[in-house]
Design a protein around this ligand. Structure first.
Ligand SMILES: Cc1ncc(COP(=O)(O)O)c(C=O)c1O
Length: 417
């Protein structure tokens, strides 16, 4: 039985592996190249914005955006209650305060509740197009205008999604994208900040120029990721299940990196300021960009299959709307036990769907919520959702046949309850 994965280099194909190998052995060809800049230009052009600046990751891009505004310490930024620590940390690292707002049925921030929690210390609202489901930006604009808030779009999950025929990332004052290992396009690490505001762009650019330049050792660690995960970790799930241990070994010995460090999970920065994007990782991202339309078309097709195949079962799905791209296809079970048991059952069928977006409103589940400014109980809908959600994979390495296998097994499990 072929194992199916939700994470573990989901976008990687043979050409990415060959390219990573080439980049490792041609280190000196890229040191002075302008590929990071080229990547930023390509993405800026794709989302139709005037300025795009590359960074080491999405969190660095957001950090640079926030710091450019120089808001007084203690100012507030409105954020969704269901989010990733990597999106909250830059707020804390800038001595500002995240104000968590509970989510609506689209897993995005509930604008009505946001309105009631805006104080005169609030400076900005961070709009996260969760899993590629765009937020209604007309309503966001109205709210932001009423309260004089800066709109920052978190497009970590949503490159290629549209709202009202406008690309996400082009509708706020600023936005950022991520090229993390399980995002729409992956370069293991990488990010871009975008804006149409020239003054803001100059300030962001200034921070990028002064930013921390990752060393070759770190870059090589990332370049190994597509290679080792495809050649060693994934095959470790085929017969005896040792893939997880192989990955742990690679991470413990620092042969491979983790997506987030232990310090970051406690709200602590690991560098003094935003990091720069290495050219080698930009080359990986540029190669992935050539496949963006194919990837996102595939995601929509697989999402359609899930939607049809799971209809009539005792679970909830989000509705379909134009412009959505489905980084993942979330299904919401009746309770935590059903979701946990489903994940467990699927594992016995070699379908590995745990993706970290579970059991905590701010993920990953082992973050220190207090350190991130999240008060337990403050977003009950997000907390409940995080217990009941199971994300089905839509990436290019999940074929239609794989999706049908997932549907059959989810049906079988739910019918047996
Ligand atoms: C919603 C969201 N925002 C922001 C980020 C930050 O992206 P990065 O990992 O590139 O820093 C992530 C991913 O980690 C994310 O899931």
């Amino acid at each position: 039985m072929k194992p199916i994965f939700s994470v573990l280099s989901p976008n990687v194909e043979e050409d990415d592996i060959r390219l990573a190998r080439h980049l490792i052995s041609h280190r000196f060809d890229y040191q002075q190249s302008n590929d990071a800049q080229k990547l930023a230009e390509v993405i800026g052009h794709y989302v139709s914005v005037d300025y795009a600046i590359p960074f080491q990751n999405g969190r660095s891009a957001l950090w640079a955006i926030i710091q450019s505004y120089q808001w007084p310490a203690g100012s507030q930024i409105i954020v969704p209650g269901f989010t990733c620590a990597a999106a909250v940390n830059p707020i804390i690292w800038s001595n500002l305060k995240p104000v968590f707002i509970d989510i609506d049925q689209n897993l995005n921030l509930d604008l009505k509740q946001a309105e009631s929690k805006i104080s005169n210390r609030a400076k900005a609202i961070l709009i996260q197009h969760t899993f590629g489901l765009p937020v209604n930006m007309t309503k966001v604009r109205e709210l932001a205008d009423r309260h004089n808030l800066v709109v920052i779009e978190d497009c970590a999950h949503s490159l290629g999604a549209f709202f009202d025929n406008q690309a996400v990332g082009s509708m706020g004052e600023a936005a950022f994208f991520s090229f993390g290992r399980d995002k729409i396009l992956s370069a293991v690490f990488g990010g871009i900040a975008v804006t149409n505001n020239q003054d803001l762009a100059l300030k962001i650019k200034h921070q990028e120029k002064a930013g921390f330049q990752p060393r070759w050792r770190w870059v090589k660690q990332q370049l190994r990721h597509p290679l080792l995960v495809s050649r060693w970790v994934q095959p470790g799930y085929v017969r005896v299940e040792i893939g997880r241990w192989i990955l742990l070994f690679f991470q413990k010995t620092k042969i491979l990196s983790k997506a987030m460090t232990r310090s970051e999970k406690k709200g602590q920065p690991i560098t003094k300021g935003p990091g720069r994007m290495p050219n080698e990782l930009a080359v990986l991202a540029l190669n992935q960009f050539l496949k963006l339309e194919r990837y996102n078309h595939h995601r929509q097709k697989i999402a359609d299959l899930y939607r049809q195949g799971l209809m009539g079962l005792n679970l909830k799905m989000t509705d379909d709307q134009p412009g959505r791209i489905y980084l993942k296809f979330p299904i919401i079970l009746n309770n935590k036990k059903a979701a946990d048991d489903l994940l467990k059952y699927l594992r016995t069928q070699k379908i590995y769907l745990y993706d970290g977006w579970k059991d905590s409103p701010v993920v990953p589940a082992d973050v220190e919520l207090n350190a991130l400014g999240y008060l337990k109980g403050s977003c009950p809908r997000a907390e409940e959702l995080s217990e009941r959600i199971v994300n089905l994979p839509t990436h290019i390495n999940v074929s239609e046949k794989d999706a049908q296998r997932i549907i059959r097994q989810v049906r079988k499990f739910l019918d047996s309850l």
